[in-house]
Design a protein around this ligand. Structure first.
Ligand code: MRU
Length: 379
């Protein structure tokens, strides 16, 4: 199995794999996703011809990660419009596919509003569909640009907090090109440090239960030639206590107005550990992840997922190249119920800084976050 992995990563290191792309084959427009449930064993594309296929892909995490969910949601509305389906129905089901990442409803709304604006102005269905697609493409492009700017701000912050370079950074879940129009959020900062010769090691939490760290972040780090080491989530404490972590970099699915950060479950314990060990805990996210309408952490809806994700491991998550889908290996006795929140919420007082494309908020306060959002709206 190890050989298969080595072979796989050697073969695939060069070149880009877009996580999402719009295509227009003769049979009609489609949204093509890289099926993230099959990585790293296989690079398999998933072709969505309608919004319901995309909703299923979102629920199964074939497409995932906050910024990419926003982009996918916008393209999903465009797909419904271009193919002549019910746009408002598609928008409602896409926006409700997962509740926590606010980017999803933002992306859906943006394409839906572009569509509606054309119809209200007397345009026809084709023009309205064109506007929805243009909105999706604009969001895709803007997210790529935001990613580049977050990397610049984030690296400057790391250098300021940790003079001398040689950073050892711990990250959780997956926040690279697989979740973004560009190179990602937290991962993009680590990548910038790597390219600048200032990343000594990327510590990658495996991220139970769906292993986004082990399967996806390791995949991205290997492709980028970064020095990385995978650890079980439970091993983070001993890593901190050994003095091996200089900073924690994570993304976010929703940032409330008070600076509370919802991110992949396991982020909050890292923030607690980081505070105890005097290590900066840095959140990197585009402004599309900040939700001024969510006042605080308690108001964030945290997605609860099925027990079986914890109680069994199911192909294609079984990391065997060419593995057949559907085979489940039990990890607990049949009938065991699991507590399986997809996210947790870190209070603002444990967050050293929030890095966005428009700059850094530190310390994290309601006022500082609101000021940054206002400033970006004026640009
Ligand atoms: O359940 P997932 O895999 O969609 O969760 C993703 C995360 O929690 C990421 O850390 C978050 O979306 C930030 S990605 C830029």
């Amino acid at each position: 199995m190890a050989d298969q992995y080595a072979q796989f990563s050697e073969d695939n290191r060069p070149g880009e794999i877009p996580a999402i792309r719009w295509d227009e084959p003769p049979e009609g427009p489609v949204l093509v996703l890289l099926d993230q449930t099959r990585l790293p064993a296989e690079e398999v594309e998933l072709v969505c011809t309608d919004a319901s296929a995309l909703v299923e892909a979102i629920r199964s995490l074939a497409v995932r990660g906050a910024p990419l969910l926003g982009i996918a949601g916008a393209y999903g509305v465009a797909l419904a419009a271009v193919r002549g389906f019910d746009v408002d129905g598609a928008a409602a089901s896409l926006a409700g596919a997962r509740p926590t990442a606010v980017n999803l409803s933002y992306g859906v709304r943006r394409a839906q509003q572009a569509h509606l604006a054309v119809l209200r102005a007397g345009g026809d269905q084709e023009q309205a569909a064109g506007a929805a697609l243009a909105a999706a493409r604009a969001l895709h492009r803007e997210d790529a640009e935001a990613s580049g700017r977050m990397a610049v701000h984030g690296l400057a912050l790391l250098d300021e907090l940790l003079p001398g370079g040689n950073h050892r950074v711990l990250t959780h879940c997956n926040t690279g090109a697989l979740v973004s129009g560009g190179e990602g959020t937290a991962f993009a900062v680590a990548l910038a440090a790597h390219r600048a010769g200032r990343l000594r090691r990327l510590w990658v939490d495996e991220t139970r239960p769906l292993l986004q760290g082990a399967r996806l972040t390791s995949y991205e780090a290997a492709r980028a030639g970064m020095a990385y080491t995978l650890l079980t989530d439970n091993a983070a404490g001993s890593l901190f206590s050994a003095g091996e972590v200089d900073a924690v970099l994570v993304g976010a699915d929703r940032i409330a107005a008070d600076g509370s950060v919802a991110n992949k479950v396991g982020s909050y314990p890292l923030a607690v550990l980081a505070r105890y060990h005097h290590v900066p805990f840095i959140v990197v996210a585009p402004l599309t992840t900040v939700d001024p309408d969510t006042p605080n952490g308690a108001s964030i809806e945290v997605e609860q997922r099925a027990s079986h994700e914890v109680t069994e491991i199911t192909a294609p998550l079984v990391p065997v190249a060419g593995g057949e889908a559907g085979g489940a290996i039990p990890l607990a006795p049949l009938g065991t119920q699991a507590y399986n929140p997809a996210f947790d919420v870190t209070p603002p007082e444990l967050v050293t800084a929030i890095v966005t494309e428009e700059g850094v908020v530190s310390p994290v306060t309601v006022e500082a976050l609101a000021e940054l959002c206002d400033r970006s709206r004026q640009v």
